[in-house]
Design a protein around this ligand. Structure first.
Ligand code: IMP
Length: 195
């Protein structure tokens, strides 16, 4: 059986990756199984770099293939910020404070074009890494709408569908989101690799 470690302690992410990988015969573990493994400093300037840093650190330490991801919000008028700092954009890093800072930084900006980005890196200890990246475009609005999702979702309006990311149901979000689409790329790649 092929072993793989998910370089995350996020239960939701791990569950999602397990469901995806187990049908391909992977035995999946995660950093939850290695509580002594230290937090990996995300020092990259891009999502892809951060995913790579995490995947490589874990694969090298355990000599086992590893999967890592990194994602966030890029707002054009803010030169791509919050970007890799999406999780800790405000001082406290709470969702409410992050959203408040985002709106504050956008005061006076009429152009609200944004995108969510997700990078996934599969690090094979023998053959090196493969990366996948996808995006979803939206507009940042001033008044929150909807209660689904997390993070910036209530302010992330999808003009194509006339709703925010927090107003769509989870199945729909998985189809159209940056993460859903990057995962889909990974799934197709796994299907080819494991033929
Ligand atoms: P991570 O890739 O799980 O570390 O996500 C980093 C941060 O990006 C999160 O804490 C959120 O602030 C933001 N983010 C990433 N994906 C989403 C999303 O689908 N909705 C809302 N916020 C997101």
């Amino acid at each position: 059986m092929k072993e793989i470690i998910i370089a995350s302690r996020n239960q939701g992410k791990i569950r999602e990756y397990k469901q995806l990988l187990e049908p391909f015969g992977y035995q999946v573990s995660s950093l939850i199984d290695y509580p002594d493994f230290p937090e990996i400093p995300e020092t990259g300037t891009t999502f892809a770099e951060n995913a790579m840093i995490k995947a490589k650190a874990v694969a090298m330490r355990f000599s086992v293939d590893c999967l890592a991801d990194d994602s966030g919000l890029e707002v054009m008028a803010l030169n791509g910020n919050p970007g890799v700092h999406s999780q800790r954009y405000s001082i406290t890093g709470t969702e409410a404070d992050n959203n408040q800072k985002l709106l504050h930084d956008l005061v006076g900006h009429s152009k609200r074009i944004a995108q969510y980005v997700c990078s996934i890196v599969y690090y094979n200890v023998n053959t090196g890494f493969t990366s996948f990246e996808d995006t979803v475009s939206g507009i940042i609005i001033d008044t929150p709408r909807g209660h689904n999702g997390f993070g910036y979702d209530p302010y992330f309006y999808l003009p194509e569908f006339g709703v925010t990311m927090a107003e769509v149901n989870p199945d729909f979000k998985n189809k159209i989101s940056h993460r859903g689409k990057a995962l889909n790329q990974l799934l197709h790649w796994l299907a080819r690799e494991n033929r």
